[in-house]
Ligand binder design. Structure first.
Ligand code: ATP
Ligand code: MG
Length: 343
């Protein structure tokens, strides 16, 4: 097959998938029918504080939803409850409008999931692992099995390595194979727990592209991650967890905007600049070489006056401006702990 023919084939397969997904009703972004909804969802493992504590989560249909939080904040525990793998201590979870874990049998075939490393047979090669997964799906047509498996392998960039035994796969290759298993059939929802774990930068980029492509086809994607810039690049919505509790959720653009920006000044006179900014009531000052930053002043303060005060005080200013808050700023401000593991 020529490259163009292969591309045309890919496009046809994509169209077919998009049609199949539409036929199942995904991609209809109705705020009234979230794809995931939890109410007071709580999990208490034996002893200690709850791993997940009164979680009210709403994942809109058609969103790419980033589930953020430091290590141990309850992300995987939440995902396990959503997928019916463990029972909540209290509260409720609905996936695709049906209660979990009660409706697991009908819900799970429409959900592709990759949770903390896929279950693979090490002695089988990548392709045979996928053939096994596909065979386990009673709705999968055996006549198109090979084509489906080959397409899934190609989608995650494993075509060339598909003959290698899974136990010889690197962490990133195992992650890719798990993702391929989740992609064997069109899904209304993909749940990915740290999908870029173990991937190299190129692999991360490919996953990002893949997530965007799936979202464009109408699949809702729920993914947990530590990588805030990844979330910022790929997600439409996000939720932030800390110590088992939901801190905030909403559109990514709103979350990033909620973070106060930082005033940044570059100057060969950082000591004088810091003194003058402090005199003008600025807080959160920090100096790194010739770069000084502070919490952005309230809107009532005219930046021009502030700059004039610096220059008038003999400070030679090379750069002066307010830098927009990032999702990372919002995250650190909201969790108050950065990425430290809570005890
Ligand atoms: N099987 C278990 N038994 C007891 N405690 C558990 C179990 N699994 C998780 N926990 C505890 O529940 C809390 C939340 O863990 P969880 O794995 O959900 O966090 P996470 O946000 O996924 O973290 P990470 O980013 O490291 O994957 C932690 O305090 C953890 O120690
Ligand atoms: Mg986890």
């Amino acid at each position: 097959m020529t490259d163009t023919a292969a591309e045309a084939g890919d496009a046809a397969a994509r169209d077919a998938r998009a049609r199949a997904v539409r036929a199942t009703g995904a991609g209809v972004a109705s705020p009234a029918a979230p794809v995931i909804r939890t109410r007071g969802l709580t999990k208490r493992y034996r002893g200690g504080r709850p791993a997940v504590d009164g979680l009210d989560l709403t994942v809109p249909a058609g969103s790419v939803f980033g589930f953020l939080g430091p290590n141990g904040s309850g992300k995987t525990t939440t995902i396990r409850m959503l997928m019916g793998l463990i029972d909540p201590t209290s509260g409720t979870a609905e996936v695709l409008g049906r209660p979990m874990p009660e409706a697991a049998r009908t819900v799970l075939p429409e959900v592709g999931a990759l949770i903390e490393g896929p279950a693979l047979y090490g002695f089988l090669n990548g392709r045979d692992n996928l053939l096994r997964y596909d065979r386990a799906d009673p709705t999968a047509d055996p006549r198109t099995r090979r084509a489906r498996v080959d397409e899934a392998l190609a989608r995650v960039g494993l075509a060339a390595a598909s003959g290698k035994k899974a136990k010889q796969y690197s962490l990133g290759m195992k992650q890719r194979l798990g993702l391929a298993a989740a992609l064997l059939r069109p899904r209304r929802l993909l749940v990915l727990d740290e999908p870029t774990n173990g991937l190299d930068p190129q692999g991360m980029r490919e996953i990002r592209l893949l997530v965007r492509e799936l979202a464009a086809e109408g699949t809702t994607v729920f993914l947990s991650s530590h990588l805030l810039d990844e979330i910022e690049q790929v997600c439409t919505h996000a939720a932030v967890m800390a110590r088992g509790r939901l801190i905030v959720q909403g559109p990514v653009a709103d979350l990033a905007a909620s973070a106060r920006g930082r005033l940044a000044v570059t100057t060969p006179d950082p000591g004088d600049a810091a003194r003058i900014l402090k005199e003008h009531g600025l807080t959160g000052l920090s100096t790194d070489g010739d770069r000084l930053t502070a919490d952005a002043p309230p809107a009532a303060v005219d930046l021009a006056d502030l700059n004039a005060a610096l220059v008038g005080g003999g400070v030679r200013v090379r750069f002066f401006g307010v830098e927009r808050g990032s999702l990372e700023d919002a995250f650190v401000a909201l969790t108050g702990e950065g990425f430290d593991v809570a005890g």
